[in-house]
Design a protein around this ligand. Sequence first.
Ligand code: NAG
Length: 438
Amino acid sequence: MADARLRTWLCVMLGIQILLKTEAVNIGITYVQNAVAKGAVCLDGSPPAYHFDKGFGTGADNWLVHFEGGGWCNNVTTCLARKETRLGSSKKMAKEVAFSGILSNKQSFNLDFYNWNRIKVRYCDGASFTGDVEAVDPDTNLHFRGARVFVAIIEDLLSKGMSNAQNAILSGCSAGGLTSILHCDRFRALVPASAEVKCLADAGYFINLKDISGAQHIGTFYSEVVATHGSAKNLPTSCTSKLRPGLCFFPQNVVEQIQTPLFILNAAYDSWQIKNILAPGVADPHGTWHSCKLDINNCSPDQLQIMQDFRLQFLSALSIVGTSPSRGMFIDSCYSHCQSEMQETWLRDDSPVLAKTSIAKAVGDWYYDRSPFQKIDCAYPCNPTCHNRVFDPNEHPENIAPQSHEPSLSSPSPAYKRPKMQLLSWLVSFFIFNFHPR
Ligand SMILES: *[C@@H]1O[C@H](CO)[C@@H](O)[C@H](O)[C@H]1NC(C)=O
């Protein structure tokens, strides 16, 4: 009797654990070998790569191409360092990544895109897929070919069925969100004209702002990125015909001319922008912003005031997006960065809402023209549904090495857990253990 009970209990526990694990499914890597002949390679010359989960049912002809983020490298020194990492070489990439949030294959976790063909493109060029320098210095073996990689990846996906696409979305997070802005119309042109094509930029709206010391830190940095990677010729000509190429790396200078429908998803207090654009380590030699950047609850009233000013500048830069219904906007007053890839922010019972609407529903309603969505939250701390980031000081070297634009949040945290569900599974087991009729 006791044995039978124990067996039942163990089976139930095992079953629930398996169910919980399937919240995020691991998807294997595909190397785009045929890109190498086109010179479309990662920083170290290795082939680019993506992870592809095939669409099914009514989603079989729908394609979501999502670009990974991970900062940028602005000169030979920082690109050489990146070349040795997964952000510069497919030889260093994990063979599998977890698909969750907008990449999930479960309807309950991903209302509108769960059965689409879902692709996560790995970031490996260091310039949001804009670079193209023919010459390769034999001393460094650095390849600045991001723009070629972008085209090679899309061409490869076209050959794998995207040429029959009915619906397609170009999306991305952080530096990948910037990719989806800078390449939005190019993607539109590569996908068949009969397809409904839209772009989604998650945490990709980086603004041109003076840092707390008054220096043009991000402006200088972007100019160096564009110069090092030879990106100018691949940035929208509507911008480069008027402004310095470095400025055309900023969404606020290109977004007005984008013809394809575009959705901007961004936290108004974007944690990456606060840490690296507003208060980068170089601008804060005494580290007075250190603990505030780790946890918004630690910020002093003065720092919060500066962050409120940041929000106003962010909203001002965002106003250029305009109010056409083809433009979507979800600007929550949270301290976070990238909210589409993580289940906890994309769609969950407690995920962030604006006007009672989750990010997943807002993006789906906009994509399918069910209703436009353009909402800007009231100022911090008015939204209790935020999942504000709290950083571990040891995990984020940019606080010590201010020049590093390594991503703190280029991918969802693998340690992500759902305490509530764990508790629920224990309760269910307990219930069955005690009351299961035998
Ligand atoms: C490269 O960029 C980093 C970060 O901005 C900077 O600290 C470093 O001095 C630069 N190196 C060169 C050789 O310009």
